[in-house]
Design a protein around this ligand. Structure first.
Ligand code: NAD
Length: 471
């Protein structure tokens, strides 16, 4: 059992003022994996002071120095990928397939910021005026549990590229993963105070970060409910906010698509990251005239989905991160049944033989109406809703009939047709014919899926203040 009883402040692992201890429980078998001591407001105070001091110097660092630092961090992380993957599987319950990809993606964030910096203009002209893009200040990073280290790498890399310093508060359920990542960063030789970590609860450490007058910006990834709270709280000190929030992403299968391929891909896609993915395509929109065919293909695909120990190579869906998350998903499956949707696969309860962990059956509802709660609300588990549409215009209307707008997916035999449909969907990212990742393309949400963008040039600009110098 591991005990994490220190925070990382001003370049050192230090004893915290906070004393509350939180149990780290395996989602796979409920064994106690470790304990983490949670920080408090005093710890945030120390971390912010260190970051503020470090900012005085780091804001003046050259682009070459920042690139070197990003390169050092990237190299340090790349040497420890297998360990990072193992601890993510153990603590979070992500599948080996997903965690391997997720830790690999962490490297891409350093690479993409290095590439972005190489061409980025920190000084531009507007009219007759010189515009300097200057680092915003100390950034508070608040992250969820579903790809914790990837989010920290992406946000820290962007902060470094901008010349900002950081106080990070990951989910308390990600303490083992954060500890390993922080040790790796420490060994890579970060300037003191550039990166600080305070483990803790949202309403204590998260709140202290959000209200602190010396923090200039919050970069938050998490639920829309918490994002709204943070935005409201941050406004008192007029902090800049980047909010990456929830989603209920539509996946439109157009009538000319290859259904034999597209439907199984849609089913497996909905279960990406155990269904605990903000971009998961959880609303499958199909032509009403072909619903029966879709149901058969989807049911057959669900039967192929392996729910089980996340450590096994062939597992597609591991456990939910916590018992609370398991209960939440169960309650939504019950809601779907009571709303009158047709249960095509899975259902309530745990799969046979997996009673000791937070496992959910790979579940599909069909004949779902878009006004049902299971079609409107983010479930964050392996639950797919199949929604029939009458024609292309109807599919687009249903896709947009949501308070969210993070991601969307369109499949068609005619790529140009799919692009025309993609252009009419209100979402920050629309994938055509499959699932894609591009760490240089802006990432973020329309509507209640967020404010601002991450990644590449667009992401970097969110950490910078334009200053006009009129000569
Ligand atoms: P959450 O909103 O409960 O928590 C996220 C983080 O915010 C945690 O570190 C938590 O401790 C902190 N927090 C909670 N209350 C706070 C407060 N009052 N002040 C400051 N911080 C506070 O989310 P979660 O359950 O950890 O993660 C799942 C959610 O994250 C889902 O809704 C999912 O869609 C979303 N998410 C979004 C993206 C994206 O990029 N858009 C990516 C992954 C996850």
């Amino acid at each position: 059992m591991k005990s994490i009883d220190k925070g990382y402040i001003n370049g050192a692992f230090v004893t915290l003022h906070g004393t509350q201890v939180f149990d780290l429980v395996s989602p796979t078998d409920h064994q106690l994996l470790g304990q983490v001591t949670l920080g408090d407001e005093t710890d945030v105070e120390r971390a912010v002071a260190a970051a503020k001091e470090a900012f005085k110097t780091f804001r003046h660092s050259s682009v070459a120095e920042r690139i070197q630092l990003l390169h050092n961090l990237r190299e340090a992380v790349s040497k420890r990928l297998p360990e990072l993957t193992e601890v993510m599987i153990q603590e979070y319950g992500g599948t080996r397939q997903f965690c391997t990809m997720s830790t690999q993606y962490s490297l891409s964030y350093f690479d993409s910021l290095i590439e972005t910096l190489q061409n980025f203009e920190f000084e531009r002209k507007a009219g007759h005026t010189m515009v300097q893009l200057t680092a915003v200040g100390v950034v508070g990073i608040i992250t969820p549990w579903n790809a914790s280290n990837g989010f920290i790498c992406s946000k820290l890399a962007t902060a470094i590229a901008a010349g900002c310093t950081v106080v990070a508060k990951p989910s308390e359920m990600s303490a083992l993963q954060t500890q390993l990542l922080t040790e790796i960063f420490h060994e890579a030789g970060l300037p003191k105070g550039l990166f600080n970590v305070v483990n803790g609860l949202g309403n204590v450490v998260g709140n202290a970060i959000t209200t602190h007058p010396d923090i200039a910006k919050i970069s938050f990834t998490g639920s829309t409910v918490t994002g709204k709270h943070i935005a409201r709280t941050a406004v008192d000190t007029i902090k800049r906010v980047t909010l990456e929030l929830g989603g209920k992403s539509p996946n439109i299968i157009l009538d000319d698509a290859d259904f034999e391929k597209a439907i199984p891909q849609a089913v497996f896609g909905a279960y990406m990251n155990n269904g605990q993915a903000c971009i998961a395509p959880t609303r499958l929109l199909v032509p009403a005239s072909r619903l029966e065919e879709v149901n058969q293909l989807a049911k057959a695909a669900a039967a192929q989905v392996v729910v089980g120990n996340p450590s096994d190579e062939n597992t597609n869906v591991g456990p939910m991160v916590s018992e609370k998350q398991y209960e939440r998903v169960q309650s939504y499956i019950n809601i779907g049944i009571h709303e009158g949707a047709t249960l095509l696969a899975g259902g309530t309860g745990k799969p046979a033989g997996l009673e000791n962990g937070n496992f959910v059956k790979a579940t599909i509802f069909t004949n779902v109406r878009n006004d049902m709660r299971i079609a409107q609300e983010e479930i964050f588990g392996p639950v797919l809703s199949i929604i029939p549409y009458e024609n292309e215009a109807d599919a687009i209307a249903i896709a947009n009939d949501t308070t969210y707008g993070l991601a969307a997916y369109v499949t068609s035999a005619d790529e140009q047709r799919a692009i025309r449909v993609a252009a009419q969907i209100d979402a920050g990212r629309v994938c055509v014919n499959g699932f894609k990742h591009d760490p240089l393309a802006p990432f973020g949400g329309f509507k209640q899926s967020g404010i601002g963008r991450e990644f590449g040039t667009f992401g970097l600009e969110e950490y910078l203040e334009p200053k006009s110098i009129l000569i």
